[in-house]
Design a protein around this ligand. Sequence first.
Ligand code: TNX
Length: 537
Amino acid sequence: MKRSFLKKKLLLIALLGMGLNSCNNYPPTDLTQNSIIPKPVSVEATGRTFELSEDAIIFVQEGSEELWQLGEYLVGIINPATGFNISQKSFSGAPFGHNIFLTLVDTISPNCAGDEAYELTIDEKWIQISACHPSGIARGIQTLRQLLPARIESGHKQEGPWLLATGTVEDFPMYSYRGAMLDVARHFFSVDDVKRFIDYLALYKMNILHLHLTDDQGWRVEIKSWPNLTLEGASSGVNGGKGGFYTQEEYREIVQYAQERYITIVPEIDLPGHTNAALASYPELNCDGKASAAYHGTKVGFSSLCTKKEVVFDFIDDVVRELAEMTPGPYFHIGGDESRSTSLEDYIPFVNRVQNIVLSHGKRVIGWDEISDAHLLGNAVVQYWSNDKNALKGVAQGAKVIMSPASRAYLDMKYNSSTTLGLNWAGYIEVDYGYDWDLASLVPGINKAQILGVEAPLWTETVTNFKEIEYMTIPRMLGYAEIGWTKPSQRSWDDYKVRLGKQSDRFDVMGINYYSSALVPWNVGSEKAEEMSDGKK
Ligand code: TNX
């Protein structure tokens, strides 16, 4: 009884939804009415409708293992909610039938700008994603995913039809580094949490996940040559948090999961400060040779490795070597921030030496903006978070900059004075304030040519579980994704907030605990979406 009532209610809601939609875009015929985030370079509508049906096949251009895997990924997006049993096949040649085609080409329109450029064509009969590199196909798949109805995100079968407006999207990013950081040291988060976070990044075409793996409160990755780091140093967390760490196998699993979504993991070992967990695990890393006590507070700047001891550099060499071996991406983050217990006299030679260690293991150095005090080597990257002078010092040495201004891009800053989670030392960051700025005009003297991209860090002193991660991250993270991808001349808050508002159906189907800012015109159809979610909220 109850079930059939629910079914009828759902049908009514669905019909109502369609009725409402028919006033604007149902069935969808106008591709320019999309709500894609980040906003693509160009979208042209051809005024018709494509229907994805169960006899569709995903044709993957033959000869590329990477493309084959992307086909599998797309199957994983389509099958659960449609209830179809679509599979993938190799092919070469022109598109035909009611199928989806993933194709590598020598050039696309307007050009193969960077590895992530793609072209998505939705014809009445077929869909094709073309790119010069598999990473472009990966980004194009996310556009296709966003163009499908929000209920595609449901893990279980939904009613069709699965309609898309026809037309062409041509797209490529403005910056090559677009990421978020997750602090797993203050509070530890499971492999599954990290994977889910990666899924959110992928949906909005972010390509970097920086993992802040160590801090005063905990050491979160297994280093086989220094086992106490995790035997001892992983058991603490803020406010007596239970701690935890990733085994090497788990770290590799995260790396691979990210790689399948064309996301690069940037591991950070914060040095020489923010090291109490290491100092508690190995007495010899301290200048006085005594192990420090585990730390559960939230102060910063009180710890330092003993920069005068050789064993400290042996330790760092082992840690960098083991982590670099498990990290296919080009970057290694050495922290370097808030080293208030290390004199500048000691700090500079220390950072110089650590850079050499990282280079010797084949990685490119990233450090927080304080590392510009040192002599930057190779193609070091400075992550700007608060000090203009430091960032400029880095640029003067030829370093590239990642923009993570605390006052605009810190995901742990409160939205406003009534946000219960988070901090406010850098101010409040409402959704509009987090969105409405441009990387290349923030710090006078730092322009586009010197900027690698954008990263939004989530520090987790106050964030204890995944629902809280979601609340602080969504929706602001979508704004940073767009800041990194879309030209400033093509974006504005007024246009963005409408597209953002249309994401709420998707958030609801995904069961995301997002902050529903009053500044955003959230979609009215969300009741329908909530009915379909797993009730995870
Ligand atoms: C500053 S940003 C820090 C972190 C804190 C964060 C809290 C940076 C490089 N250091 O240690 O967690 O503020 O917002």
